[in-house]
Design a protein around this ligand. Structure first.
Ligand code: SAH
Ligand code: DHB
Ligand code: MG
Length: 224
């Protein structure tokens, strides 16, 4: 099967399993992001819906996201936490945060989302200082080289039963090569080995294909 076929399957699934408002939302975000020159690296609609279903499965009320871009994944998570829920999302680029703010406000989700601008490794200690209620779900999707650090921070900000998801760790199969020179592949192997060795996490990597090619994500439960 080719990546063209993966793309056609994703299109079929979007038509069959997403609602018209879900599809309109995608188009609106795509147009706003592209007009503002943001890279088209948001989660796919199917991946976004899957994040939404996971968050609803655990009745998540508090979600932490690292890497906002135009807020497309953020929107799926914000719909999952409900009116009383909150998503805190960390974004380095002020321009991305601005576009995300507009996208989320337009979708009527603005009140549920707090966007913190800055390098996540600067924002995370500030967040911890505020002694927040533990997050039920953490979605890590920013600069891949810091993934291991982000998982260490996620452990400090969650509770037993929380879920930690790390996007883009399979890298078109690159992670099978222990000698890869690719910094993102090396970082994927680092974070996978970290979660594998961490007694407070029980985890797996699910490989994925679709409109974003061949990739996969870490799915981890905080156990103790
Ligand atoms: N989660 C988004 C996509 C995020 S793309 C979605 O699926 O819709 C990755 C984002 O991480 C980019 O917007 C990038 O600017 C941001 N980023 C990169 N380095 C970062 C850092 N050190 N701290 C916070 N965000 C960072
Ligand atoms: C890239 C980043 C992502 O978060 C993603 O889902 C796909 C690609 C990238 O940096 O190329
Ligand atoms: Mg991603």
């Amino acid at each position: 099967m080719t990546s063209g076929a993966w793309d056609r399957v994703d299109q079929y699934l979007e038509q069959s399993l997403l609602t018209a408002p879900d599809r309109e939302q995608r188009t609106a975000v795509e147009q706003a992001n592209s007009a503002a020159g943001l890279p088209a690296i948001d989660v796919s609609p199917a991946q976004g819906k899957f994040l939404n279903l996971i968050a609803r499965s655990i009745r998540a009320r508090r979600v932490l996201e690292i890497g906002t871009l135009g807020g497309y994944s953020t929107g799926w998570l914000a719909r999952a936490v409900g009116e009383e829920g909150q998503v805190v999302t960390l974004e380095f680029e002020p321009r991305h945060a601005e576009v995300a703010r507009a996208n989320l406000d337009r979708a009527g989700l603005g009140k549920r989302v707090e966007i913190r601008v800055g390098a996540a490794l600067d924002s995370l200690p500030v967040l911890e200082q505020e002694n927040p209620e533990p997050f039920d779900l953490v979605f890590v999707d920013a600069d891949k080289v810091n993934n291991a650090e982000y998982v260490r921070w996620a452990l400090r900000l969650t509770r037993p039963g929380s879920i930690i998801i790390v996007d883009n760790v399979v890298r078109q199969g690159g992670i099978a090569d222990p000698n890869s020179a690719d910094a993102a592949v090396r970082a994927s192997r680092e974070v996978i080995e970290l979660v594998g060795a961490e007694p407070r996490l029980d985890s797996i990597v699910m490989q994925t294909v679709g409109s974003k090619g061949w990739d996969g994500f870490i799915y981890a439960i905080v156990t103790e």
